[in-house]
Structure formats: structure tokens, C-alpha cells
Design a protein around this ligand. Structure first.
Ligand SMILES: N[C@@H](CCC(=O)N[C@@H](CS)C(=O)NCC(=O)O)C(=O)O
Length: 235
């Protein structure tokens, strides 16, 4: 592992390209246009995140870990909150309103449930991790049902996103493992609102891709609407 950076200055992300949790942080760094350096961790097959040097950064042995001017912070959701509080002067991504912060935090916690289900199923299918795949898929579907229903209810009251009518860190936290669900054998067929939300997410300025999450295929017309190859407009 490339250990600690040579200098205390700057933003560093201990990262694994196939990790949806690391991708949450990469996405937000991109949305905020923050200069940073990625420090690759050999998660598989090297299990570098379980080695002594990494455990000094995060005793839980999990990625991602952020280092900002020497301040070390594990956990994707904690990192999203920290980056929003420190670097988003517009306060758009994590508004300073107690009820909104409570609601957003509810979805940040839900994002960890998605990790425990959809991401677990993907680890089983893609990397051969030994776990109860039926249980992981069942819980994944339960989470997706809840998310899809919530998006439908929000749409009725004019909200396109999980908390507001604009994206917040709640959407960033939930997006990766919903978009990657099919890699764990969890079909998105029954979740049309979630599929539309994925497409909306991919249209955000500074959106970046990861393996398994390709860009939106389509073209913009003069009104900025997206059209796919069949000429169908999708929002
Ligand atoms: N709550 C943590 C979970 C992070 C997590 O599960 N990371 C995975 C990689 S995507 C990991 O490091 N797994 C190893 C382990 O849990 O032992 C977060 O959101 O960052």
C-alpha cells in the first residue's frame, strides 16, 4: 500500500475502483470540483484493507478513508457530511436546516442497509465472497421496494429526489449500489421510479462513471431533454 502521503497537505482518498462506497466519495469530490489524489487499495485479491498499515487508518478495515490535511475520516456517509460541511459553501447538498439534516441522515443510514444487501449480493456474484446470497437478495429487494415507493410518493408532491426537489448527499449515498444492483442478481425491472432516478442522477453536471455504471446513452435535444436510440424522451 502506498502509505501516508508525503505531505500533510491536500485531500486524499484511499480508494478501490470497483467499490460503490468509494465511488460515493469520488462522485461528491467531482460534484464539488475538489482537487484530490486517489490512493489505490488492493481490496481484492490483496485484502490490503485488512493489513496493519491500513488498520491504523481505519480499525474496521473498510474503505473508503479520506485524509484532508492530515485529518483521517473513514465511512462514506461520514465523509459526505464532512465534505459538504467544509467545502459546499452553497449548502445545497446538506442544507443547514435541522429537519432536512435529520431526513438526509435517515437516508444516509438507509444507504448502509443497501450496502449490507445489494452490495453484499454483488460481492458474492462478482468476487466470490461467501455469504447468504438468498438473504442478501431478499433484503436488497425490500430496500429497493422502499426506495421506489418513496420516489413515487415524492414525485406526486413534485420532488424528483429522495429529500428535496434537487439532489442532496442522500441521493449520492444511495445511488451507487442501487445502480449496481443487477451485478448482484437483483433485477431493477420492478422499480421504474428508481430507474428514472438513476437516469436523472447520470445527467447531473460533473457526473462521473465507474465500472458497471455507464453514462446515460442518449442525446440531448435543443430543450436539453435526453433521447435514447428509440427516440423516447426520458426524465
Ligand atoms: N459503512 C461503511 C461501509 C464500508 C464498506 O463496507 N466498505 C467495503 C468496501 S465497498 C469494505 O471495505 N468491506 C470490507 C469489510 O467490511 O470487511 C461506509 O459506508 O463506508
Amino acid at each position: 500500500m502506498q502509505s501516508k502521503p508525503n505531505t500533510q497537505k491536500g485531500l486524499y482518498l484511499y480508494d478501490y475502483i470497483l467499490s460503490g462506497n468509494c465511488y460515493k466519495v469520488r462522485l461528491f469530490l467531482s460534484f464539488l470540483k475538489l482537487e484530490h489524489e486517489l490512493i489505490p487499495i488492493d481490496f481484492f485479491p490483496g485484502f490490503e484493507h485488512k493489513q496493519t498499515e491500513f488498520l491504523e487508518l481505519n480499525p474496521l478495515g473498510q474503505i473508503p478513508v479520506l485524509m484532508d490535511d492530515g485529518f483521517v475520516l473513514p465511512d462514506a456517509q461520514a465523509i459526505l457530511v464532512y465534505l459538504a460541511a467544509k467545502y459546499d459553501s452553497t449548502e445545497a447538498w446538506y442544507p443547514k436546516d435541522p429537519k432536512l439534516q435529520g431526513r438526509i441522515t435517515q437516508w444516509l443510514a438507509f444507504a448502509d442497509s443497501i450496502t449490507g444487501s445489494c452490495s453484499a449480493a454483488r460481492l458474492h456474484d462478482k468476487l466470490g465472497f461467501k455469504l447468504n446470497i438468498e438473504q442478501a437478495r431478499k433484503e436488497g429487494h425490500q430496500n429497493l421496494r422502499l426506495l421506489d415507493d418513496h420516489l413515487v410518493e415524492n414525485k406526486i408532491v413534485g420532488k424528483d429526489w429522495l429529500v428535496l426537489n434537487r439532489p442532496t448527499i442522500a441521493d449520492i449515498a444511495c445511488f451507487p449500489y442501487v445502480a449496481l444492483a443487477e451485478e448482484g442478481g437483483i433485477s431493477l425491472n420492478d422499480y421504474p421510479a428508481a430507474r428514472s432516478w438513476i437516469n436523472r442522477f447520470k445527467k447531473l453536471p460533473q457526473f462521473i462513471v465507474m465500472p458497471g455504471i455507464p453514462p446515460l446513452h442518449g442525446m440531448k435535444n435543443n430543450e436539453g431533454e435526453f433521447f435514447n436510440q428509440e427516440g423516447l424522451c426520458f426524465s
